[in-house]
Design a protein around this ligand. Structure first.
Ligand code: PLP
Length: 388
């Protein structure tokens, strides 16, 4: 249709949302579905966080706030950055927004101009390339290797750079692969970014879900020079099981923070006011919810890893963070969309096709579900692999 802008015509709808919606519709019709496609913790938001939102509502915290968020929340976030990430941000450098998704979008819109190239390691989180396209930029995809734990090397990054490169997007821990970059790897990538002043968008939404001896490192904390180039994105969705609250944030050097605030001024205005009060309760309340969630996911991760390793015709690498497995399915000889369609319609298992993440020889399965669902879903997936 002529009236749709060419930028939006280029954009692909979110396949992850499409698959989860299809599975939800099947469930609503009373069909059995083993949902391994999800991207959110299955447990509810902790009670003390919900209670804080209720109190805020009762106290009339129902009006606009400063576009970057209420000062108390930005103060609490500045304290969080020091405690968790060894990063000193003035509260004014932090902008609270409607989910980490919008935080990523604001960051991209603030930096990317028509024709600018943005380097994105593949498999990538589904929305990055589409956001870049909406901003008028050009996604440059760097295919990572399973043998390297699905991580982009500094050499690959350097080879993909051109004079038009404006930004690189890093996501650690990663959705969909669960890869966690080490400090050494981030330093090497950082060196390359510094050589040409490439802005780094560091999406750290899964920072609290890192397992075993692995450690989350914020690239901005590695040097003043990297701090000056980095927009750090984070949010409440995954750590506090607050996906529906739509609460995320950016932290950036001052000029970039001001640019992001301008976008926020003229778009969303502010994140929901009573939600911001709940976010303070999340940050300042008991954090055992997070460690319990992590422990529980670690059990499921190990269970799933053992099961997947024993299935013929597929390959997996151990994910170090987040709550996903990215499974190499190239040997099954099916396009990922075809594979997940069959898996859902015939075996009642929902998974996300790798094509959604720019990698057609794989699928994503998540373990943010009950052990029972996981167990049955994997049994059916094993049967599917045997029969194909
Ligand atoms: N970044 C990554 C890597 C994600 O996986 C997600 C959600 O799935 C987001 C950002 C968006 O998070 P939010 O729900 O806070 O918008």
């Amino acid at each position: 249709m002529d009236s749709i802008s060419s930028r939006i015509q280029e954009v692909t709808p979110s396949l992850t949302l499409a698959v989860t919606n299809q599975a939800k519709a099947m469930l609503a019709r009373g069909e059995e579905v083993y949902g391994l496609a999800g991207g959110e913790p299955e447990v509810d938001t902790p009670e003390h966080i919900k209670a804080a939102a209720i109190v805020a509502l009762q106290e009339g915290k129902t009006k606009y706030t400063a576009s970057g968020g209420i000062p108390e929340l930005r103060d609490a976030l500045a304290a969080k950055f020091i405690a968790d990430n060894n990063l000193a941000y003035d509260p004014k450098q932090i902008c609270v927004t409607a989910g980490a998704k919008m935080a990523c979008f604001n960051a991209i819109l603030a930096v990317v101009e028509e024709g600018d190239e943005v380097i994105i390691p593949t498999p990538y989180w589904v929305s990055y390339p589409e956001m870049v396209k909406i901003a008028g930029g050009k996604p440059v995809l760097v295919e990572t290797q399973e043998s390297n734990g699905w991580k982009m090397t500094a050499e690959q990054f350097e080879a993909a750079m051109t004079p038009a490169t404006k930004m690189v997007i890093l996501n650690t821990p990663s959705n969909p692969t669960g890869a966690v970059y080490t400090e050494k790897e981030l330093r090497e990538i950082g060196e390359v970014a510094l050589s040409e002043d490439i802005i780094i968008l560091s999406d750290e939404i899964y920072e609290k879900l890192v397992y075993g001896d692995n450690k989350h490192v914020s690239i901005a904390s590695l040097s003043q020079e990297l701090y000056d180039l980095t927009i750090t994105v984070n949010g409440f969705s995954k750590a506090y099981s607050m996906t529906g609250w739509r609460l995320g944030y950016t932290a950036a050097p001052k000029p970039l923070a001001e640019a992001i605030d301008k976008i926020q001024n003229h778009t969303v205005s502010n994140a929901t006011t009573f939600g911001q009060y709940a976010a303070i309760a999340a940050l300042q309340g008991d954090q055992t919810f997070i460690s319990d969630l992590r422990d529980e996911y670690d059990v499921k991760r190990q269970f799933m890893f053992q099961r997947l390793k024993s299935i013929h015709n597929i390959r997996v690498v151990e994910p170090k963070g987040a709550f996903y497995f990215f499974i190499y399915t190239g040997q099954l000889g099916l396009k990922s969309m075809n594979l997940t369609d069959k898996l859902l319609s015939r075996y009642k298992v929902a998974a996300v096709p790798g094509v959604a993440f720019g990698y057609d020889d794989g699928i994503r399965m998540s373990y943010c579900t009950t052990l029972d669902v996981l167990n049955e879903g994997l049994t059916r997936f094993e049967q599917f692999c045997r029969e194909h």
